[in-house]
Design a protein around this ligand. Sequence first.
Ligand code: NAD
Ligand code: IPM
Ligand code: MN
Length: 360
Amino acid sequence: MSRNILILPGDGIGPEITAEAVKILEAARDGGLDVALTEGKVGGAGYDAAGHPLPPATLDAAKAADAILLGAVGGPKWDKIEDISLRPERGLLGLRKELELFANLRPAILYPQLAEASSLKPEVVSGLDIMIVRELTGGIYFGQPRGIETRDGQRVGYNTYVYSESEIERIGRTAFELAQKRNKKLCSVDKANVLEVTMLWREVMERIAADYPDVELTHMYVDNAAMQLVRAPKQFDVMVTGNMFGDILSDEASMLTGSIGMLPSASLNADGKGMYEPCHGSAPDIAGQGIANPLATILSVAMMLRYTFNETAWAERIEKAVGVVLDEGLRTADIAYAGTRKVSTSEMGDAVLAAFKAQL
Ligand code: NAD
Ligand code: IPM
Ligand code: MN
């Protein structure tokens, strides 16, 4: 039976970038990879079509799918929706929570051809290969109580930063296991000098470290980690952190690789089922112009083939095709610089497709 992939383009540049990734998936299917593609609506598109950012039909399709590819959600059009549970972002958060996609892997890898595109000096970033492991279904994003209410005549807004030991342990074990397959260095990022929740985080990481004697565990406060990422990023191998710190640090790390348009992600549950998406958002400032970088989404497909379907050879073909196109000097605007050839979203997608097909 074919493996079923649900495509959720979403909003803004979402449809533009997923269209390029779908071209690759269709070519893989035509080349013998056993997959079937279906499409659904999420985010603002879900709200417009069905009155909810995660329509029941989409949630059902997501639960039934073997893997999901999501573009991006959100945009100014929906920022004024009064009931925040109906905002596009809640569609994405709902999918993560409902499918228990607690492990978010965000690899910041510098393609050598893009050393000049990074905002840091080439020698600081050359050879960069960091895996950020972000907890995705807990922490301050989901903690209760939360809300905005009136107290003593003024409105107050509040959220709760909470993690249970079991939540910390499962993301910790995911990170240790990844570190075992890499350079065996794990840096846990917290704010244990101030926040009890991350004191517990540090304690649990220390406890489970005993089960991974071959991995060197270090701890770093998040403010220092943000600084170290731009000072000397190659000191890191695997980083593990909570939901919000991981969100922020991964956007920061993306610039080391040249652009946020280069950073893919995998969001996995305990069975390895996953949702795959670029780390960036719907980029309303460039939506509809055909200039967005589709590579983060295309590389997210490679992650899908590797992590959910164990199709390493197919994943490598995609990654290699991206390398070929970068070798040819093709660049979307976000990674373009003097001496390279600026191309549109679909020109970039077509070039990757051609380099991919050349390997079939
Ligand atoms: P953003 O990531 O959408 O954009 C930040 C900047 O990066 C913009 O200048 C944008 O043009 C640029 N950029 C992003 N992706 C790019 C690409 N592929 N190619 C070239 N340039 C790219 O973040 P934002 O502006 O803070 O948020 C915009 C909307 O996206 C908001 O509604 C936000 O909630 C949503 N968002 C969604 C996701 C998601 O769906 N996973 C992630 C982040 C933000
Ligand atoms: C991301 C995004 C989301 C997050 C938003 C859109 C809910 O920024 O995927 O990084 O904060 O997790
Ligand atoms: Mn983010």
